[in-house]
Design a protein. Structure first.
Length: 274
């Protein structure tokens, strides 16, 4: 976290969505500020410059594009199945409330109060989510959602994207317990996590670790797919799918080969409350 602002990683994810190879998030550039916003606005409508940024990111733009497309596809399937509540945990600068849901779906965004103040000053007011400010580690997510009007008796679609790798295992387990507490049978959870399978070029492993520490969010924990499945099972969730970037949707135009250069160990687990 930056004082009074979202984390740098949240801003970088939004920037990557704004310059993705194919589909692009039309709201992303408005949700970031400073020099990064200037770069994004300068290249967003220039395909050749977007391609330069894409390559310069060593596949990070492609990775975010694929991950976004994969989660969007799961979200769209859940809404088509009749789920009308969406909860974004650690929402950051995500714009799904405006670009991926309709008026029949209620979206709850859970994040730090500073992040939400910054976001609300830039995001559209029409179609806005229900903001649920939570100081993680000091306040319970489950209690905050109940106070915000989340219905624990109705099915929810939970999105926990790009967060678990920064948290100790105990914090991940505690959050999953609270998610289970607020999940009716048939609710679904889409959570990303990092495995111990690092970049294909060993020398890049140190680059990745150093980069995240420089951004103020060092990587805390990794999981293997069977460990994540066991963790889900303890909370009453059954894994429906667990895929890596080489299997994610390419709707936003990312290339799986580039996506695996730095973050090839990140996977998306989708599970259902049974």
């Amino acid at each position: 976290m930056r004082e009074g602002k979202p984390s740098l990683t949240a801003a970088i994810v939004a920037a990557a969505r704004a310059i993705a190879p194919r589909r692009r998030d039309p709201h992303a550039s408005n949700l970031i500020d400073g020099p990064l916003q200037g770069v994004v606005r300068a290249v967003a409508e220039r395909p050749r410059l977007r391609e330069v940024c894409r390559r310069a990111s060593l596949g990070l733009v492609d990775h975010i594009a694929l991950r976004t497309a994969a989660i969007d596809a799961e979200l769209e399937a859940a809404i088509a199945d009749g789920i009308t509540q969406v909860v974004l945990l650690g929402a950051g600068l995500d714009a799904r409330a405006w670009r991926s849901t309709g008026p029949e779906v209620r979206v709850f965004e859970v994040d730090h109060p500073d992040t939400q103040r910054f976001k609300r000053s830039r995001a559209p007011s029409i179609g806005a989510p229900t903001y649920v400010p939570v100081r993680f580690g000091q306040e319970r997510v489950a209690d905050a959602l109940e106070n915000a009007g989340h219905d624990a008796d109705a099915r929810s679609f939970w999105i926990w994207e790009g967060v678990t790798m920064y948290l100790p295992r105990a914090a991940v387990t505690d959050t999953l317990e609270q998610v289970a507490e607020r999940s009716a049978v048939g609710s679904r959870l889409a959570v990303t996590y990092v495995t111990d399978h690092g970049p294909p070029i060993p020398a890049l492993e140190r680059v990745v670790q150093t980069g995240f520490r420089a951004l103020g969010e060092g990587l805390e924990a990794t999981y293997r797919p069977h460990e994540m499945a066991a963790l889900m099972d303890t909370q009453g969730f059954s894994v429906v799918s667990d895929r890596g970037s080489d299997e994610w949707s390419q709707d936003w135009g990312g290339d799986p080969r580039w996506a695996g250069v730095l973050l090839g160990g990140e996977r998306l687990c989708v599970a259902e409350k049974t």
